[in-house]
Design a protein around this ligand. Structure first.
Ligand SMILES: [Zn+2]
Length: 499
């Protein structure tokens, strides 16, 4: 029996506090590829479509890949962007409805649109309206998903990545596709159960390298070995989304004794609640980070300082100047810093020649109330580039990316990567392609939350993290929530669970 499967990748992590909407241009600047073009670019990398095809090809599936679309995390997706991308998927489902045996979607799980708090639930609802209630649908999610009741009800199969940094995207997509194969043959009839707690997010942002999530993932994997259990997903959630159903979830995709699965999911999600004060990160101020930089002995590799708060991977603007200001004030030598997302400055630097001394106002322009005002700097222009790179690390290996119009400016002892398109620093090539070798530096300042560890921890003498006060500050109590259900942790820090 050979099956016909419709596939798509459509992902956005929407930070509802961001001033920048995810419009169609935001998707186009990062990734919109149709059908075969998307397959060619993405099927040998750490992507959902790669994992779907790893299972689909040997099983002789006819795969109808519709679209791969993602934008850098920022504010909610505009109606225009959502309709244009979703309609590619829905139209393909309509055209092929009579021959489809299943659907696989690579989603994020924290998409908010201008008109709906649950972008993925809306997509699943539109698909169900076309294909009916019985066609098996499988989805993969980022564990920073805010999984809604609607998503769990409408997708038979849900598999979230089990690592943060997310190095197992392709593996998890294989797992979802393998479950779909068994569902299409009629061997199994999976459903997905959801358990949730009233928290904005898991206390350590879902990190899986150390801390309590290590044990939770081990328990999830052990439960997956049971005969009627196909996947267990532990989602730390995305707390920068001001929506009713924000918060950590545990999902069990299975069949048979659903009440037992439910009890397991409740017990595991409850562990995120009971250990809600067990933070494993210590956030330095930018001044403390700069002081450590000057005292650091780099014989075993550079000191890597990650600014969590201005993480473009969580919707930070990437133009916070606080950490850079402190490093310059402390006259840190033999250092690099990146990125500063400032399209205006990047354009201005491109009007000069390499080697020029340049004065410039850098960063802090999107919203100087968070993360600092523009810096008036003078430096030497080291490099001009179109910003294109090809990743070679555990997350981006083999994938093309671009910073857009890019320049490197040396100010004092710091080589600063000035870029146009926001992205989190998580692959060495994001520096190296622009003449900066982080391995050879004493100090590396970067904007990222946790993901940088996959590529940068192996080269680092030491890693420290700081909170610059920018939009993605780990202190969520500073954000003006309006839509989340109250009480919720940590906004209502001393709350008790009802019942
Ligand atoms: Zn994530």
């Amino acid at each position: 029996m050979s099956f016909t499967v419709l596939t798509a990748e459509f992902s956005h992590e929407s930070n509802t506090f961001s001033r920048k909407p995810a419009d169609y241009a935001a998707f186009a600047s990062r990734n919109i590829q149709l059908g075969d073009e998307a397959v060619a670019a993405r099927s040998e990398a750490n992507t959902p479509i790669a994992g779907f095809l790893d299972i689909g090809r040997p099983n002789g599936w006819t795969v109808i890949h519709t679209i791969s679309a993602s934008a850098q995390p920022c504010g909610p997706v505009t109606r225009d962007a959502y309709e244009r991308i979703a309609s590619v998927i829905i139209e393909a489902a309509k055209q092929n409805k009579d021959r489809l045996d299943g659907i696989l979607l690579g989603l994020h799980g924290a998409m908010v649109t201008e008109f709906d708090q649950d972008g993925e639930g809306e997509l699943l609802e539109r698909l169900r309206a076309v294909v009916g209630p019985d066609l098996p649908i499988g989805i993969t999610l980022d564990p920073h998903a805010n999984v809604t009741s609607k998503m769990a009800a409408l997708a038979n199969i849900i598999v979230a990545y089990k690592t943060y940094p997310h190095v197992d995207v392709r593996d998890c997509a294989r797992q979802a596709a393998g479950i779909l194969q068994r569902a299409m043959t009629g061997e199994i009839r999976p459903v997905t159960i959801r358990a949730h707690r009233p928290m904005l997010e898991e206390i350590n942002g879902g990190r899986t390298d150390i801390g309590p999530m290590v044990e939770r993932i081990a328990r999830a994997r052990a439960y997956e070995q049971k005969p009627d259990v196909f996947a267990v997903s532990v989602n730390g959630a995305f707390g920068n989304a001001d929506i009713e159903e924000v918060g950590p979830t545990v999902l069990v995709t299975g069949q048979g004794d659903l009440s037992a699965h439910h009890a397991f999911a409740e017990e595991l999600v409850h562990d995120m609640w009971t250990r809600r004060f067990e933070s494993v990160n210590t956030y330095l101020t930018v001044e403390e980070a700069a002081r450590q930089a000057n005292a650091f002995d780099s014989k075993d590799g550079p000191l890597v300082i990650a600014d969590y708060a201005d993480n473009p991977g969580g919707g930070g603007y990437g133009d916070s100047t606080e950490l850079l200001r402190a490093m310059i004030a402390a006259d840190v030598q033999d250092a690099c810093f990146g990125p500063i997302i400032d399209p205006e400055a990047a354009e201005e630097l491109h009007r000069h020649a390499v080697g020029d001394r340049v004065s410039i106002r850098l960063g802090g322009k999107t919203d100087p109330r968070v993360g600092g005002a523009p810096l008036a700097l003078e430096g030497t222009l080291l490099l001009l580039s179109d910003g294109d790179f090809v990743g070679d690390g555990p997350m981006l290996g083999g994938l093309k990316g671009s910073w857009g119009t890019t320049a490197v400016l040396r100010v004092g002892g710091i080589d600063i990567l000035v870029a146009t398109f926001p992205a989190q620093m998580l692959d060495l090539q994001q520096f190296r392609a622009f003449g900066i070798d982080p391995v050879a530096k004493r100090v590396v300042g970067l904007k990222s939350m946790q993901h940088f560890r996959a590529a940068f921890e192996p080269i680092a003498g030491k890693v420290v993290v700081c909170d610059s006060g920018a939009l993605c500050t780990p202190d969520l109590t500073k954000l003006p929530y309006k839509h989340v259900r109250r009480p919720i942790f940590p906004l209502d820090r001393d709350m008790q669970l009802a019942g």
